[in-house]
Write a protein that binds this ligand. Structure first.
Ligand code: ADP
Ligand code: MG
Length: 240
């Protein structure tokens, strides 16, 4: 059975169908890529799945067989679904380590402080933020470091499924290479990953399955090589 199942979800803003009858499923341990031109509904799809800040108008979302589409974002995160955002989000006035601590302590009441500290330090290690950076303020980090910190905070939550919204945007080529390594390392820890990217090459390198959205609908889905060769996908990308 799939770990994450999305069944006919839709979300409209007034007359705009931002996500329109989208279905797909993600197996445990997979890296599942979602592509699509700007405005095609990718981030809205993540919002719907995570309940942050809203669920779908219609359709169902199941995590390991449990329906979650009517739950709050908080409850969904506690069930093991974590996300990052397209814009770097962190508590800028807190240190790197304090940010990771918030992730590690989230939704785990009664967890001993020592275990929370260990989980935070381990997550920072996974994304390559060195001990020397732990005391720096998040607001003083570079764009790449901020993306790493956002990733570490999500990893520290020890999710079963991690949804990443454009982790490679505004990064340099070497930074993109480094983030491919990071995402592989996170996946190797047994975390199932759903990855949104506008950059197709990034998705091709990482994903076992690829889905392309256009105008809120699924344009193509399947093996990455087949999907990018699909004339409708070529047209949607060249048309933007
Ligand atoms: P993508 O992430 O693929 O670039 P989005 O999911 O952000 O696309 O947006 C899909 C469409 O929905 C766009 O036309 C966008 O303007 C619109 N949209 C997204 N969020 C909102 C919102 N909160 N209110 C109104 N329109 C929105
Ligand atoms: Mg987006």
């Amino acid at each position: 059975m799939a770990l994450l199942e999305i069944e006919a979800v839709s979300k409209a803003f007034g007359s705009l169908k931002a996500v329109d009858d989208v279905s797909f499923s993600v197996g445990a341990g997979e890296i599942f890529g979602i592509a699509g031109p700007n405005g095609s509904g990718k981030s809205t799809l993540f919002n719907i799945v995570t309940g942050i800040p809203f669920g779908p108008d219609r359709g169902r979302v199941r995590l390991d067989g449990t329906e979650i589409q009517a739950r709050t974002g908080d409850a969904i995160a506690r069930l093991g679904l974590a996300r990052t955002f397209q814009r770097e989000t962190s508590f800028d006035g807190l240190t790197v380590f304090e940010n990771a601590l918030i992730g590690a302590g989230f939704g785990k009441p009664g967890r001993p402080a020592r275990v929370i500290r260990e989980a935070a330090a381990e997550a920072l290690d996974v994304v390559g933020l060195p001990d020397g950076a732990f005391g720096r303020l998040a607001g003083e980090l570079s764009v790449y470091e901020r993306k790493c910190l956002m990733l570490a905070t999500a990893v520290a939550m020890q999710p079963r499924v991690l949804l990443l919204d454009e982790p490679a945007s505004s990064l340099t080529k070497p930074e993109i290479e480094a983030s491919i390594g990071l995402i592989r390392r996170i996946a190797a820890r047994g975390v199932t990953i759903v990855l949104i990217e506008h950059v197709l090459t990034f998705l091709m390198t990482l994903s076992q399955h690829l889905l392309v959205l256009n105008n809120g609908r699924v344009l193509a889905a399947g093996a990455p090589e087949a999907v990018i060769a699909d004339p409708r996908v070529v047209e949607a990308y060249l048309g933007t």
